[in-house]
Design a protein around this ligand. Sequence first.
Ligand code: SF4
Length: 359
Amino acid sequence: MTATLPNIIDLTLKELQQAMSLLGEPSFRATQVHQWLFSHSASSFDDMTTLSLALRKKLSVTYSIHHAEVIDQLESLEDNSDNPTKKILLKLPDNETVESVLIASSGRRTACVSSQVGCPFQCHFCATGTMGFRRNLSAGEITGQLYALNEMVAAKEPGATITNIVFMGMGEPLLNSDNVIEAILTLSSRNYSFCLSQKKITISTVGVIPEIQRLGKSGMKTKLAVSLHTADQQKRESLMPLAARQYPLNELSKSLAEYTALTGTPVTIVYMLLRGINDSLDDAKQLVRFSRSFLCKINLIDYNSIINIRFNPVYDATRELFQRYLFDSGLHVTIRKSYGTTINAACGQLATTRYADPQ
Ligand code: SF4
């Protein structure tokens, strides 16, 4: 019977407040329930001992509790350290699956989390894009990925926690902004057992302009990364047609200028070098022109091979020339190492097939 009840994990705090009101309960009960679910990972209403027995009973006949379940884990072999990159596969209550990644490097423990099952943008170089779009994750499902990864960190090193979160997993976070923001508010709240400064959380987007504008005005302290990959509109339309046509570069540039003016925070421009496609001196010049109108730093990343997708990583010498040109043009530029390539956990490699439940 409980399987047919709505999953309370999927309710936002506001929806929980409305639910409490319908049950004739004061609104602070919603906060208590939310904390039981997300601070204590309660899996039964009986665990919620600060609630009256009567309320626990009412909740248990109205809702079910189904947290996402870790069904597989992989560790990267190529990282020569005690802390290999780890990828987890989470099964959601409707049997959809998402992947999340834990990257430990330079004293940081970074959680890379997903925001959607699949992605509607279908960029040509991205494994997630090949899945098509299944659905948005709820705020609770997003938060659940973080808690699962945090448990892995604490199991290996008692007392240690995730130090950074990046929304660079499966999906376009700004197509699911409400739930992403709700999850971030929970993950950065002092009222919960896990609390991380919003400044340590990065939202990555292909450039969903209205949501960038909304973020800029929201007062959120999160960082923004934009997956640009080329500053040439035509090339961008060939690499990521849906996103590039909907959000053209000239408008994207204006929205980033507005964003950085409002927040005073630089945007990270992520540029994946693809051999023979976006790695020429002309490409570098276009990138410099694009990046001049707002505060930014450039992250160059290598293409990570994906089965059935035919792009090639750039040659070392080409990457160095490209980086040198950007640097000499006054841009702040870094080369970001990809972690977890052997387990398909690096940028653009996350994808799942539907989990077939033997039951
Ligand atoms: S690169 Fe990002 S926006 Fe494009 S298909 Fe992949 S997940 Fe979606």
